[in-house]
Ligand binder design. Structure first.
Ligand code: BEZ
Length: 384
């Protein structure tokens, strides 16, 4: 190619890059708007929008435009949904989702296409384990984290035999696995692992089995609408009085209005609590309540922090989303100023964070103590 032609081509590339940076940045929000996790999707979107709004609608100097897909928490539709966002809507960045099975499909497409993916909830261990990638980050937790922390708490309480009950999919399986790892390391025994398919809420037969087994305690993972029904059914079966119930904090986060007195006193572990009282959290809670006429929950925090992470990455490249390595490097070295307390990400891009022990009191998950300080997911199988 002649020198003049080369110079012309280079000028064209530079012009189109500049134009792209001036253009709106398209964020593909893939979240559930229907089904048992619908409220979780709304809280994540609210949190994300709150942070973007606080930055004047821009991240890295670029105005943010949202394209939304309801993923219905259905793994069977996940690959089609994420491909629509990437190929039809040409999104620059993907944000999603709540359900671990759907998130794994998103992670596969993100890895194959190199699209930046921020996971604002789904805890699938694989996303920051064997499926980890330079362009995939999580603002939430791994399923292992709250489970592991609760395994230590329940062992310290002196319980020896525990029955677990959850939905049979990655989130439930991995939450129980984390619990069991810590609990059995400390000398306890998981004597029975009960499960039912997601999002089934016919708990009666399994509750009868728990009553017959008479364990010292029960550990559970449920979330959203299913968690509301489980807590109410557990109490209605008379079990709340006789067999202590412990859970990953999703059991009582964003659900207390509907669970009422049946949730009172429950102990759970999570990376957020309603009464942290730090200045960052106080400001966030005030702004969220003002904007949405609702109290925030852990999902809102995770959405807010996903937007913060994107903002940090984009600021480092002045909005040029094609500079993937620089975006990743900026997030990797950042301390994210979260309402949960500041955190950074591990080598596999999962938050290293305090896991709190909380107790339900009225409409709040009140802080009891730090169950596990700076807990990092082991990132097993991640080669980054
Ligand atoms: C999950 O599928 O990973 C999940 C869903 C709701 C709450 C927490 C985790």
């Amino acid at each position: 190619m002649k020198l003049k032609t080369l110079a012309f081509a280079a000028a064209l590339v530079a012009a189109s890059a500049a134009q792209a940076q001036g253009a709106k940045l398209k964020v593909g929000l893939m979240l559930p708007a229907t089904g048992t996790y619908a409220a979780l999707g709304t809280a994540i979107e609210n949190g994300f929008r709150l942070y973007v709004g606080e930055q004047g609608g821009k991240l890295g100097g670029r105005e943010i435009e949202f394209v939304k897909v309801d993923d219905e928490s259905d793994p069977a539709k996940a690959t089609d949904n994420v491909n629509k966002l990437i190929k039809r809507d040409n999104v620059d960045v993907l944000v999603g989702t709540v359900h671990s099975g759907v998130a794994m499909a998103m992670a596969k497409v993100a890895k194959d296409t190199g699209t930046l993916l921020l996971v604002p909830n789904a805890g699938a261990d694989a996303v920051t384990g064997p499926m980890c990638a330079p362009n995939i980050f999580r603002s939430s937790f791994s399923n292992w984290q709250p489970g592991y922390a609760m395994g230590e708490v329940v062992a310290k309480k002196g319980h020896k035999n525990v029955v677990t009950i959850t939905w049979k999919y990655a989130a439930g399986d991995e939450s129980v696995r984390g619990f069991k790892e810590a609990f059995e390391k400390a000398g306890g025994k998981v004597v029975k692992e009960l499960s039912l398919p997601f999002p089934n809420v016919e708990f009666q037969a399994l509750l009868t089995e728990i009553a017959a087994s008479k364990p010292d305690a029960v550990y559970t993972f449920f979330a959203g609408g299913g968690a509301v029904k489980f807590v109410k059914d557990y109490a209605a079966a008379g079990l709340k009085k006789s067999i202590p119930l412990y859970g990953a904090g999703f059991l009582t986060d964003g659900t207390l209005e509907a669970q009422g007195a049946d949730a009172d006193g429950l102990l759970t572990t999570l990376h957020y609590a309603d009464s942290l009282g730090n200045a960052r959290d106080n400001a966030f809670r005030l702004a969220y309540a003002k904007a949405f006429k609702l109290q925030p929950d852990v999902y809102a925090v995770q959405g807010y922090d996903a937007a913060q992470m994107l903002g940090i990455g984009l600021a480092a490249v002045k909005g040029d989303v094609s500079k993937k390595a620089e975006i990743a490097a900026a997030i990797e070295k950042a301390k994210i100023d979260s309402p949960r307390g500041a955190f950074s990400v591990s080598k596999s891009h999962n938050p290293v964070q305090d896991i709190y022990l909380r107790q339900v009191s009225g409409k709040e998950n009140k802080l009891v103590s730090v169950a596990s300080k700076s807990l990092a997911d082991p990132g097993r199988g991640c080669k980054l």
